[in-house]
Design a protein around this ligand. Sequence first.
Ligand SMILES: Nc1ncnc2c1ncn2[C@@H]1O[C@H](COP(=O)(O)OP(=O)(O)OP(=O)(O)O)[C@@H](O)[C@H]1O
Ligand SMILES: [Mg+2]
Length: 240
Amino acid sequence: METDNPIEALEVPENTMIEMIKVSRTYVPDITALSDISLTVDTGEMFFLIGRSGAGKTTLLKLICNMEVPSNGLIEVAGYNINNLKGKRLAHLRQKIGVAYQDFKLLDDRTVAENVAIAMEVSYKNPQAIRQTVRDLLEQLQLTDKHNTITGELSRGEQQRVALARAVANSPRLILVDEPTGNLDANTTERVMNLLNRRNKSGATIVIATHDPTIYQKGNHRILELRDGQIHSLTRSNGS
Ligand SMILES: Nc1ncnc2c1ncn2[C@@H]1O[C@H](COP(=O)(O)OP(=O)(O)OP(=O)(O)O)[C@@H](O)[C@H]1O
Ligand SMILES: [Mg+2]
């Protein structure tokens, strides 16, 4: 579905948040990162992407948030055909998607609080609300004592959590997280998953790329396994 009013489309999402039809992504000269991927992620779903290193997980997430464009195929996000989305409408859609990148992409010379606040400042939230949200998120992720630390000085596990806090700060309808627990101990992993589960319960659609079976085997989620850029299996976890 294509609509002229981005706000309307995003605030009243249809049942489908992401639809991919026969999507491929190749890189010059002859790397096929993804080939012929068709998949649907429902609005409100928590969906896992797994597969060996190099299977195409990060590429798939980058296509969904329009950081990469497909070589072939159609991608719709929140009712928009993102292949054709440009200018203000693309910027507006991007504001509604929170992404925690595998390589974090933090502003290394800014503080933790500044990094987390960025998305909210871009969308003109009031400063007091921003400060409160930053404090809440840092507390949930056990980063309160790092509030004023420059992110370049943090451990990788701490940077990973700052990236997650930034991704969710603006309460996006769609949250994409790439390896959210790769550098974390079991207790911190649980905190991260509790945060994501809470967001999911409040209606956010979440797609998580991970190598960590402890997070995708819990709960009742769909799990897509990629292998060499193709769909190997689509299963459902039935853990507790
Ligand atoms: N910008 C690029 N240029 C060339 N090749 C790329 C590029 N990005 C990804 N690739 C290749 O595409 C394939 C899929 O990469 P991708 O990063 O999506 O894998 P992944 O499943 O996320 O792996 P990991 O688990 O290691 O993060 C790999 O063979 C990778 O080398
Ligand atoms: Mg990756």
